[in-house]
Design a protein around this ligand. Structure first.
Ligand SMILES: Nc1ncnc2c1ncn2[C@@H]1O[C@H](COP(=O)(O)OP(=O)(O)OP(=O)(O)O)[C@@H](O)[C@H]1O
Length: 334
């Protein structure tokens, strides 16, 4: 079953033009002029139930506008949007029972009351039966270790503590689809890891579909099997992170640990004639940069034949760099 079905979805905003100077301001008063901003340009994608999908793009690419249409906050200008079997902006009451939303920069909790009071209020909003609520709350509190935080007012929580509470709040009604907008923004690496582990577990155990918007590509690497990349309102990539990396990385890096000290000139002599760069770190370790054009097995056999190797490590392609490059070139084929 499809959790999210989007076809030729489009959103334009009418934005007031501001003319320059005092004369311009007077003219604006008498006769306003407007321009159209097309924030989302006829995008189509389908997300099956149980998938974790990353939704990425530069500032202003149209991510929030899409999420707002998917969660029923904004009405599309045209196109089809069905989430959990409902049209979000039309069937709001039934629709919201099926989704959870966490906006990293905005809270759904009441600032001055204890966290547990907010949870009770949300139970009433979503009409969750008391027994189901208790069971769910106990499970979530244990998973996210909220125990002693429950009676504190939200304003006295750290950002990491608040984010954990936000996640619980979004899941109390057991939604099958979760929208996360920058859920780890501003958090330290420990809390980020905790949240990523929690989301992974949630997806595995409950089959929760997750659409994750983030600028933190480590979130994507840790969680997403699929990534949709947006640029200027259009989808420029929809596929696996692996394919994105292999299509876009220019090569790979291999780290060698030698059994005996080696000088850079010696390393270069082993791979003479190959378009390869050696970067020694000390006498016993060096990194080798191999562009895709170079035959890896030829390079490796030359090196292994020339010296004794203690260890070889193929280093991960740096996704941040790849994505930055794609944003800059603004073209990608899936
Ligand atoms: N309410 C609005 N009125 C007019 N223009 C808008 C409105 N909301 C968004 N836009 C414009 O639509 C475009 C897409 O904005 P959107 O907020 O969806 O981008 P984003 O990818 O979420 O960016 P960010 O990463 O900065 O949150 C931008 O040009 C933005 O200025």
């Amino acid at each position: 079953m499809l959790a999210i079905d989007v076809e030729r979805l489009q959103k334009s905003f009418r934005v007031q033009k501001n003319r320059e100077g005092l004369g311009g301001a007077l003219k604006d008063l008498l006769r306003r002029e407007y321009t159209e901003v097309e924030a989302v340009k006829r995008i189509s994608f389908q997300i099956p139930q149980g998938e974790i999908c990353g939704y990425i793009g530069e500032n202003g690419a149209g991510k929030s506008t899409t999420i707002k249409m998917l969660t029923g906050i904004l009405v599309p200008t045209s196109g089809k949007v069905v989430v959990g079997g409902y049209v979000p902006f039309k069937e709001r009451e039934k629709f919201v029972k099926n989704i959870g939303v966490v906006f990293g920069q905005r809270s759904q909790l009441w600032w001055d009351i204890g966290v547990i009071e907010s949870f009770h209020l949300l139970r009433k909003v979503y009409r969750v039966p008391e027994n189901d609520f208790r069971k769910r709350l106990d499970e979530l509190v244990e998973r996210l270790q909220l125990g002693e935080l429950l009676n504190r007012p939200v304003r006295k929580l750290s950002l990491g503590q608040r984010m954990r509470c936000e996640l619980v709040a979004s899941l109390l009604h057991n939604p099958s689809i979760l929208f996360l907008d920058e859920p780890t923004i501003g958090l330290d690496i420990l809390v980020k890891t905790e949240i990523r582990d929690f989301l992974m577990g949630l997806n595995k155990e409950h089959g929760t579909t997750i659409l994750l918007t983030t600028h933190d590509l480590q979130d994507i690497e840790a969680l997403c099997s699929r990534v949709i990349m947006l640029d200027d309102g259009s989808i420029i990539y929809d596929g696996s992170l692996e394919t994105l990396k292999s299509n876009w990385s220019k090569g790979r890096e291999i780290q060698f640990q030698f059994a005996h000290p080696v000088k850079k000139a010696q390393m270069e002599s082993w791979t003479e004639g190959l378009d390869i760069q050696w970067r020694p770190e000390n006498d016993l370790t060096a990194k080798l940069w191999l562009p895709h054009s170079v035959n890896v097995s030829e390079a490796l056999s030359r090196i292994v034949g020339a010296t004794e190797i203690r260890d070889i490590k193929i280093l991960e392609t740096n996704t941040d760099e790849i994505v930055r490059e794609i944003y800059q070139s603004e073209k990608v084929s899936s």
